[in-house]
Write a protein that binds this ligand. Structure first.
Ligand code: ATP
Length: 477
């Protein structure tokens, strides 16, 4: 399947099966904003739970979770550097008025070149971005006659910066003092609570604080379905370490986070590290974990060594001390921080890309096909479908008894309509890993048929064993 088609097919499938809808669709939608439907919500929640447990419960290290507010004091964003620096270089086409992020415009052009020329141009772009050389970037665009996709012309404005934060008013008086921002990352909620958590939890360095929650960015070019949204969810962890040890902890978290991705059962070839050439204003080392999406390798997670930049800035702007007394070395210091930051929606997109298969099941006798979502069973929205073969003879009652036994432990689905084959296919399309069919033999010998989504194999097992078999197959750890 061509990759462009695959992305379009996934988008269509997500709508048809209640995973993801365009926001405010009946009003023609809101660009780059999406709503999760009944199945997408479960998938997203399961991913969030898996991340949360991996980071806060199954760690050798001491990591605790918090839930900070989206609104924060406006000075937070002054201190963090976001007011002055959280911007991307943009360029507008004068004929169409369409605005582009400079790196996206160049990257799109690079895709039309052969590999060698493309790599050289990307290297040149990285250098110009690292030097904030806007004149050079414009020159690169003009020299290569990069065109606007709408007007088809090369009539460009100068390159300039555009801040990505959304602002709004707190309270009823709209003066400047009440202007606040929707957080563009969850991390600052962790930094400003560093001492609260450290003191109240009597935490010893090294330790981490994890958080999941919404973040907002006024992305100029929002594209790729839920890859780049204006409202999205992040799962972040800040790990506080003794200054001088950041390199080893950075390596540790690179490796640990990559292992987490592998634990989703995805092949290593689908992932790669990308080291940053242009470091963000707060970082001394940084890399992305990239996944091979239908539109190519793209970032899904960032790992950043943020130094003591954020805590020092908050110390300076708030006038409050944010130091830690390390009893092992009898020293006060501002800790260094390693951050792991993964997009929840991007991980949903990763799992959809990985799980989506269109399979041809035709035989000599008949044409047949199915669409199946091969999610890891622990993350599937519905874990078990219970299907009585017929609507009578006491089979629905047996099915409902099984559901009542299982539903305190995992999500079940009951369906009695349509031929059994059709019901299996619907469950394949939702990614349900196991179906149990209750038939007349069940009444005689207490056995049922279990049908496996990926292999489509079926076998007879004891009704009494179903709950424990499924529990074993969906366990996270
Ligand atoms: P990009 O280069 O793709 O804009 P970034 O480097 O700005 O991403 P970070 O600030 O490191 O991203 O954010 C951490 C993670 O948050 C990213 O790896 C990504 O998974 C997610 N993320 C960032 N921006 C968006 C967005 N607009 N929509 C969805 N997820 C996002």
């Amino acid at each position: 399947m061509a990759n462009e088609n695959k992305l379009q097919n996934i988008i269509g499938h997500c709508k048809e099966y209640g995973f993801i809808f365009q926001s405010s669709e009946i009003y023609d939608g809101l660009s780059a904003v999406y709503d999760y439907g009944q199945n997408g919500t479960e998938l997203k929640r399961n991913i969030r739970d898996y991340w949360w447990k991996s980071m806060t419960q199954m760690q050798e290290n001491n990591i605790v979770g918090i839930d900070a507010a989206i609104f924060m004091h406006p000075t937070v964003w002054k201190a963090s550097g976001h007011v002055d620096n959280f911007s991307d270089p943009m360029i507008d086409n004068k004929d169409s008025q369409k605005r582009y992020r400079v790196d996206h415009l160049i990257e799109a052009f690079v895709e039309t070149l052969d590999k060698e020329k493309g790599d050289a141009m990307l290297a040149q772009m990285d250098q110009l971005l690292a030097a904030n050389d806007y004149v050079g970037l414009k020159q690169l665009i003009e020299d290569n006659k990069m065109k606007c996709t709408v007007s088809g012309t090369c009539n460009w404005t100068d390159v300039r910066q555009f801040n990505l934060m959304f602002s709004t008013q707190l309270g009823s008086v709209s003066d400047e003092a009440s202007e606040i921002y929707l957080r563009p990352e969850t991390a600052q909620g962790i930094f400003v609570n560093f001492l609260n958590v450290q003191k109240s939890g009597r935490m010893k360095i090294p330790f981490g604080i994890a958080q999941t929650g919404k973040a907002f960015r006024n992305e100029i070019v929002a594209r790729g379905f839920i890859f780049r949204m204006r409202e999205f969810e992040q799962m972040e962890m800040q790990f506080f370490v003794r200054p001088g040890t950041q390199k080893e902890w950075y390596e540790y978290w690179k490796e640990t986070r990559m292992k987490w991705h592998m634990s989703l059962g995805i092949s290593p070839e689908k992932y790669r590290f990308h080291d940053h050439v242009k470091l963000a204003f707060y970082a001394d080392m940084a890399c992305d974990i990239e996944y091979d999406f239908p539109m190519g390798f793209k970032e899904v997670e960032g790992i950043h060594s943020r130094t003591d930049y954020d805590l020092k800035q908050h110390q300076q702007f708030s006038g409050k001390k944010l130091t830690y007394f390390d009893t092992d070395i009898n020293q006060h210091y501002v800790p260094y921080v390693i951050e792991t930051s993964i997009g929840l929606d991007r991980t949903v997109m990763l799992l959809l890309s990985e799980a989506y298969y269109e399979e041809d099941l035709s035989t000599a006798e008949k044409q047949d096909s199915r669409v199946v979502l091969k999610f890891p069973p622990m993350l599937a929205p519905i874990k078990l479908a219970v299907l009585p073969l017929t609507k009578k003879d006491g089979l629905p009652e047996l099915a409902k008894d099984l559901i009542n036994e299982c539903k305190p432990h995992f999500r079940c689905f009951y369906e009695e309509k349509d031929a059994i084959g059709k019901r299996y296919r619907r469950m394949d399309a939702l990614g349900t890993p196991f179906c149990i069919t209750i038939d007349h033999q069940t009444k005689e010998d207490g056995t049922v048929t279990i049908r496996y989504r990926d292999s489509m194999e079926q076998e007879r097992i004891n009704l009494a064993d179903v709950k424990n078999i499924i529990l074993d197959k969906i366990k996270m750890f």
